[in-house]
Design a protein around this ligand. Structure first.
Ligand code: UGA
Length: 450
């Protein structure tokens, strides 16, 4: 079967979370005919009406546009997906297993168990989820044995590198595309990927074809490297605090070295979200299974440095208030990063929870993540605006670097707080602006600016 006959490829994207919903809309944007598939009927009916179950800048608009253009549909039926599409992307989650470091790949297993048996013609499955190395080879043989199409059903691994908050741009203008194919696999896998990503390849996006294991490992290694970079600068921030130096200037100066680069050297409350924390743990667990545990013991320290940021922030808040018991703490930010409503393993919410447990009256405000925060931590105090959250506060904590917080005016906030104390958990404020306005400013690794 020649893929060239598909100028527009018929694609299904299974799993409509952050990754899948973005991928589905973006594939439609590239001109393909796309069916988004999810077992969650409620999600499917929301998506059908163009409503996003989460916040991602521009995605709701793009999804509506693609639905309107007849390029994007949603379904909960695997049979419909098998009938409709020639290429099936799998974009389901692989969260951390409860009480373990390893990744839970059961959603992938069940997609293969439901989809493969209904695929009756030559087709290609491309996995996008982040998986323990070895998973793709295993899924491939299971898919081929379950499908009436047998080895006419091929499976490759095409990891995704998109960031929440920048998901559309990262999908339509990726730094690179990686495709893992099995040894001796049918060339249709690569042909299908080239067809799907034809536009991007024409624009010169690097395309690396590897074996399955290398593709799987590339993704998790990239995330482990990013996590390590963040923990590196956070460790240096601790030394800056001890030595009276400024980590922001230091990171700027280091970042000019093109071998190092400035990105991901922002010291602060550290990394959270649905990817980096669970990925470094799953990576350690998998290396252990492979007998290579020692190679990744440094990731334990990366994790430790990261988690220490949260307790350190609680300590700084306590120092500012004298005692947390009975003090009022304003928490600005709940999402794990700006331009997202995702609160999975959010450092900000974790700190808010710890402060409350230690007796502080906590008031949380976030521009987008209020609803998700309430669901996760229903007992925390929530406010409808920055000013409400800061009313009579003994200390204000900026824990997610939303623009709304970066642009805060120290003078207008001064009128509502009890004490003019601010802790900049993301090093996103200008210390001089705040100290000049009579505030006590503290950041991470910013001893020199106190
Ligand atoms: C991360 C990767 O950056 C993506 O490339 C990858 O595709 C994605 O995981 C995934 O595996 O799906 P994401 O979780 O959206 O993307 O968020 P990041 O932008 O990586 O930020 C992660 C955390 O690190 C955030 O809490 C952020 O505040 C923190 N961070 C980031 C810092 O503390 N300092 C920095 O300098 C950068």
């Amino acid at each position: 079967m020649g893929w060239k006959e598909f100028g527009r490829v018929k694609i299904s994207v299974v799993g409509t979370g952050y990754l899948g919903a973005t991928h589905a809309a973006c594939m439609a944007r590239l001109g393909h005919d796309v069916l988004g598939v999810d077992v969650d009927e409620a999600k499917v009916s929301k998506l059908r009406s163009g409503e996003m179950p989460f916040y991602e800048p521009g995605l709701e608009e793009l999804t509506r546009e693609m639905i309107g253009a007849g390029k994007l549909q949603f379904s909960s039926s695997f049979a419909e997906a098998a009938e409709f599409a020639d290429v099936h992307f799998i974009a389901v989650g692989t969260p951390q297993r409860r009480g373990e470091f390893a990744a839970d790949t059961s959603a992938l297993d069940s997609v293969i168990a439901s989809l493969a048996p209904v695929i009756t013609r030559p087709s290609v499955i491309l996995g996008k989820s982040t998986v323990p190395v070895g998973t793709a080879a295993d899924l491939r043989s299971r898919a081929q044995s379950l499908s009436p199409a047998g080895d006419q059903l091929e499976l490759g691994w095409n990891p995704e590198f998109l960031r929440e908050g920048h998901a559309i741009k990262d999908t339509l203008e990726p730094d690179r595309l990686v495709l893992g194919v099995a040894d001796g696999a049918d060339p249709r896998v690569e042909a299908a990927a080239r067809e799907v990503y034809g536009d991007l390849l024409e624009r010169g996006v690097p395309f690396l074809v590897t074996d399955l294991a290398t593709a799987e490992l590339t993704k998790i290694s990239a995330n482990a490297f990013l996590a390590t970079k963040i923990s590196f600068i956070n460790a240096i921030a601790e030394v800056c605090d001890a030595a009276g130096a400024d980590v922001v200037t230091l990171a700027d100066a280091m970042g000019y070295d093109t071998r190092i680069g400035r990105a991901f050297l922002n010291a602060g409350l550290g990394f959270g979200g649905g990817c980096l924390p669970k990925d470094i743990r799953a990576f350690m667990a998998r290396a252990g299974e492979l007998g290579a545990a020692q190679a990744l013991t440094f990731l334990r320290e990366v994790d430790n440095i990261n988690m220490r940021r949260r307790t350190q922030m609680v300590e700084m808040a306590k120092q500012s208030c004298g005692t947390l018991l009975g003090s009022r703490v304003a928490v600005l930010g709940a999402a794990f990063k700006p331009n997202s409503d995702d609160v999975r393993d959010s450092p900000a919410l974790n700190v808010a929870g710890q402060l409350q447990l230690r007796g502080a009256a906590v008031s949380v405000y976030d521009p987008k993540a209020m609803e998700n925060s309430r669901m996760l931590f229903p007992t925390l105090g929530y406010s409808a605006s920055v000013l409400d959250a800061c009313e009579n506060a003994d200390v204000v904590l900026v824990l997610t670097e939303w623009d709304e917080f970066r642009n805060l005016d120290p003078d207008s906030l001064a009128g509502v707080v009890r004490q003019r104390q601010i802790i900049d958990g993301r090093n996103c404020l200008d210390p001089a602006t705040w100290t000049d306005a009579g505030w006590k400013y503290r950041g991470f690794g910013r001893a020199a600016s106190r």
